[in-house]
Design a protein around this ligand. Structure first.
Ligand code: ATP
Ligand code: MG
Length: 288
């Protein structure tokens, strides 16, 4: 079995206060291993997206711990979290919208720009990502001109352009017809098989869940079944993640991470408004 990438211990997440308090997660402990494909399944409102947002470090738990390559993440500063998300994670969400008035190419380039990749290199990598999703011919089209399935493929191109370790996909086929949905799914699994990218997919679609190596079923904020017998690992983990985290641990300049990441300066609609949005400060990222 491969190394542990993300671990959670007794994760709890509540929304609201006092009378309106709602416990969306009620103690979730799991380990995600490198290269796994994991489906998170369960009824509407069971806590799937909440769990995915915590795993992707887009939001913070009310209680409990999330470790990445064995390092606790609770005290990581916003800037480090942004770096990890930008360089190591890719996101494909159902209502993931793009900068509609910009070109397809520029939408895919954006994470590279944030990561401070040079002009020529980011163009080369974005075109290569667009070729992977078979949309290179649309690179100069406005994103708003594309069909739903094409938009979703652009989102996948944008999710893979930084060569992430993990792709988080929340209902990636929810808005697509079955043929287009199958294409998107095949693409995600191809990335998993060929590049070893870890896939974490929230879905209501049992056929899609069956394609994953592992299925985690959530009910009322708790794991009720997990098809994988979980084994604790010795792990060295991804070297660059270790460096980012270690650098942050040494850094005692404490501009504490906000409880949620909000603001206008997000990756242009990287997240649906419903979801927490995080700051991406291009200047900050460029000197990393
Ligand atoms: N920001 C929020 N404020 C208050 N309650 C919330 C918030 N976000 C989620 N919840 C509640 O937490 C519970 C879990 O929500 P979550 O979005 O994780 O469900 P889900 O399993 O992804 O459902 P679906 O399949 O419908 O997307 C729901 O009851 C939801 O109403
Ligand atoms: Mg959801």
């Amino acid at each position: 079995m491969s190394k542990t990438l993300i671990s959670t211990r007794s994760l709890r997440k509540s929304y609201g206060k006092r009378n309106s308090k709602f416990e969306a997660l009620r103690g979730v402990t799991l380990n995600i291993h490198e290269g796994e494909s994991v489906a998170i399944i369960g009824k509407s409102g069971s806590g799937k997206s909440t769990l995915m947002h915590l795993l992707a470090l887009l939001d913070k738990p009310t209680r409990g711990e999330i470790t990445l390559n064995g390092h606790p993440t609770a005290k990581l500063r916003a800037r480090k979290l942004n770096t990890i998300r930008n360089k190591k994670f890719g996101f494909v969400f159902q209502s993931f919208f793009m900068n509609a008035n910009d070109t397809v190419l520029n939408n895919v380039i954006l994470p590279l720009k944030i990561a401070g990749v040079g002009h020529k290199e980011r163009r080369r990598r974005a075109i290569s990502a667009l070729k992977t999703v078979d949309l290179d011919d649309k690179r100069n089209n406005k994103a708003s001109d594309l069909s739903g399935g094409q938009k979703q493929r652009v989102c996948i191109a944008r999710a893979i352009v930084n060569d992430p370790k993990v792709i988080f996909a929340d209902e990636p086929t929810g808005n697509l017809d079955s043929t287009t949905g199958d294409k998107i799914i095949n693409l995600l699994f191809k990335l998993n098989h060929e590049k070893g990218i870890t896939l974490i997919i929230v879905t209501h679609d049992q056929d899609l869940a069956n394609k994953c190596q592992r299925q985690i079923s959530i009910k009322d904020g708790r794991i009720v079944s997990d098809s994988s017998a979980d084994v604790e690992q010795d792990d060295d983990g991804d070297e660059e993640i270790r460096e980012i985290v270690a650098e942050s641990e040494e850094d005692d300049d404490d501009d504490a991470t906000p409880d949620k990441f909000e603001g206008d300066n997000n990756i242009d609609g990287m997240l649906d408004q419903k979801h927490p949005v995080h700051h991406i400060n291009i200047e900050d990222e460029e000197d990393l």
